[in-house]
Design a binder for this molecule. Structure first.
Ligand code: ADP
Length: 614
């Protein structure tokens, strides 16, 4: 089965524990079969009333069935006195139960360990795979669905290992030991049983395939439920502001309805399977019962044999039924693992080349050479030539959708150029390691992502070695110290998911402090377009000024101060650079820049000049 093959790498490290669990299962199989062996004599013990007869018959049984037992053992059992005989049967039952109990505890806890280890490693691998994926992967998939794979699907695989794979190993073992017992009792009868049992199991395979198909669809719909609820909760304020609670509820209902229908199918399959299995089982038993009756009569056999044999066959039904239930877990697990391995197997499109070198520290220039770029097949950038020299500021301006963000995203290799090349000090960025490239670039974007930890931890994100003193220093330089001190616990204040407890301007200043701490030579800055209040704007601008000092910056510019200071302004229109130069030169051209200036930047004219902080 493909599912088990895929699980092998996860099961292998658990080989020792699995072997122990398996040893427990063997003991479990033997003790279960031993119960069947005890059944006949035990019943006779109850009904015959004459203990000596019972003992005789059971030791007679011992002689014929367990021929490998040393003769003197059988003899000594035969010679037991009446008191011992009275004790033998109950004691044997209790001892068997105790051994069986230990075996059960052992296999249960060991399998629990194995399945939990599989879950932990598989979840870690899925998470690793997710962290490696580039933005293009995420643009095609919903976060809610991916989260569902990481949690719900991983749990289904864990359950499949525990409730699925374990019985798959254990129950056949029980059946095998019961069959061995049957063979030792009467080989012809056992042969008949041996042929009938697989007949009863045959329909199981069909049900399993059917269930897997339904489960896969069910889990996809479960992913859709997660996506819908995740989005609605993440944007709950928008939902409330627009009064669209009912729409969101409808969306969830639709997703839940599709899931509900798949689940009904799944329950129906299981509902049909149980009676089918029982009818098959009843047919097999009915046949056997007839045969056994015939056998007892014609061979004048001991009814104790008959009872033991019959009990063995009846006991076989239970493991077979459990094997039937296994298909549920395996079908769910197989479908869930398909969804998980889709992520794990997805080769990220941005990876290190096998011979990638570490990018040496930036010294000279970044060059975009005739760069063309397309998302999927839609061309977005064409013939971009751009040079960014050390210590310079290049401002990208253009109307919305012109391609500014796309240009900026190429530098840290969030996407690879479709044609042309992007070099840093002459090294094509596709030929250097991602880690060494990204270590030299800080990105400060409009929508700063902050984690639900303390202010200090957010500033020191990715730099756990930073001292508290250094964190305070960068916070001061980013004009953040004042508001941080005013927070209830200062630097130790938890700022809530995505930093909800802070204002937009405060969040940006934390992001700038974070970039200051990273202290990279290259800076990509996406200036906020969203209007901050004048006070905030002033502080953010000062912080940005502090950040840009001594760095080489590529700025998606929305502020006049930035474009005024830029060494080069590149004006983008429809994915091409249509004008480039300094502010005054471009204004004089009276082209696209002059138009943008009139629309976007003029209102910033005569800004307050702010000192660059030390
Ligand atoms: P700007 O930053 O100048 O507003 P962008 O670089 O964000 O422009 O977008 C340029 C073009 O690329 C737009 O037409 C936009 O719709 C498209 N685009 C941006 N991101 C993606 C994406 N992930 N997939 C497909 N198209 C995209």
């Amino acid at each position: 089965m493909n599912f088990l093959k895929r699980l092998m790498p996860y099961l292998k490290p658990q080989g020792g524990t699995l072997a122990l669990a398996y040893a427990c299962m063997v003991v479990l199989g033997i003790t279960t079969a031993f119960y069947a062996f005890l059944a006949g004599p035990a019943l006779k013990f109850v009904f015959a009333g004459n203990i000596t007869d019972v003992l005789r018959s059971s030791t007679g049984e011992l002689r014929s069935v367990w021929t490998w037992l040393p003769n003197d053992w059988v003899g000594s059992i035969e010679n037991l006195d009446r008191t011992w005989a009275l004790l033998t049967m109950p004691v044997l039952i209790v001892i068997t139960a105790i051994i069986k109990g230990f075996a059960q505890t052992g296999q249960f806890s060991m399998l629990g360990r194995v399945s939990q280890c599989v879950l932990r490693r598989m979840r870690a691998d899925t998470f690793d795979a997710l962290l490696r994926q580039s933005p293009s992967f995420y643009s095609k998939r919903a976060h809610g669905d991916l989260l569902s794979r990481l949690t719900h699907d991983a749990n289904l695989v864990e359950q499949a290992v525990f409730y699925g794979c374990a019985p798959l190993l254990r129950e056949p073992l029980v059946v095998v030991f019961l069959l061995i017992f049957c063979f030792l009792t009467d080989s012809t009868l056992a042969l008949v049983t041996f042929v009938t049992v697989p007949l009863a199991v045959l329909p199981l395979a069909r049900f399993a395939r059917w269930l897997k198909r339904v489960s896969r669809r069910g889990q996809d719909y479960q992913g859709a439920i997660n996506t819908t609820s995740y989005e609605a909760l993440a944007g709950v304020q928008v939902v409330q502001a627009f009064g669209t609670e009912a729409n969101e509820r409808d969306k969830l209902d639709r997703a839940a309805d599709r899931y509900y229908r798949q689940m009904l199918k799944s329950y129906f399959i299981r509902a049909v399977r149980t009676p089918t299995m029982e009818i098959m089982g009843a047919l097999a038993l009915a046949g056997l019962l007839g045969l056994l009756g015939y056998w007892v009569q014609t061979k004048n056999a001991d009814p104790a044999h008959f009872i033991s044999f019959f009990v063995a066959v009846v006991m076989m039904y239970d493991p077979l039924k459990k094997l039937g239930n296994v298909t549920d877990y395996l079908a769910n697990g197989a479908a869930a693992s398909d969804r998980i391995f889709e992520v794990i197997d997805h080769k990220p499109d941005i990876i290190d080349q096998p011979n990638a070198i570490a990018l040496p520290p930036f010294t000279d220039r970044v060059e975009f050479k005739n760069v063309t770029f397309a998302y999927n097949s839609t061309p977005v950038l064409e013939g971009i030539d751009l040079e960014l020299r050390t210590g310079n500021v290049v401002a990208l301006v253009g109307s919305s959708g012109a391609g500014k963000t796309t240009v900026a995203n190429l530098l840290p290799r969030f996407y690879d150029v479709t044609q042309g090349s992007l070099t840093i000090d002459g090294h094509d960025i596709r030929e250097v390691t991602l880690a060494s490239l990204r270590k030299q670039i800080s990105v400060v974007s409009q929508d700063t992502f902050l984690f639900n930890t303390s202010v200090a931890e957010n500033i020191a994100y990715g730099q756990p070695d930073a001292t508290a003193e250094r964190v305070r220093e960068v916070a001061r330089a980013a004009y953040a110290e004042e508001f941080i001190r005013a927070l209830p616990k200062g630097y130790d204040t938890e700022i809530g998911e995505r930093g909800v407890m802070l204002s937009g301007g405060q969040r940006q200043r934390l992001a700038i402090a974070r970039a200051l701490l990273r202290d990279t030579p290259l800076l990509i800055l996406d200036e906020a377009m969203s209007a901050l209040d004048i006070e905030s704007e002033r502080f953010v601008q000062r912080a940005i000024d502090a950040l840009m000092v001594g760095r080489t910056s590529l700025v998606i510019a929305h502020r006049l101060t930035t474009i005024r200071r830029a060494n080069t302004i590149a004006v983008l229109q429809g994915g091409r650079i249509v004008e480039r130069g300094r502010h005054d030169e471009l204004l004089a051209l009276n082209g696209e820049y002059a138009r943008l200036y009139a629309m976007q930047f003029q209102q910033d004219e005569k800004p307050e000049t702010l000192p660059v902080p030390e």
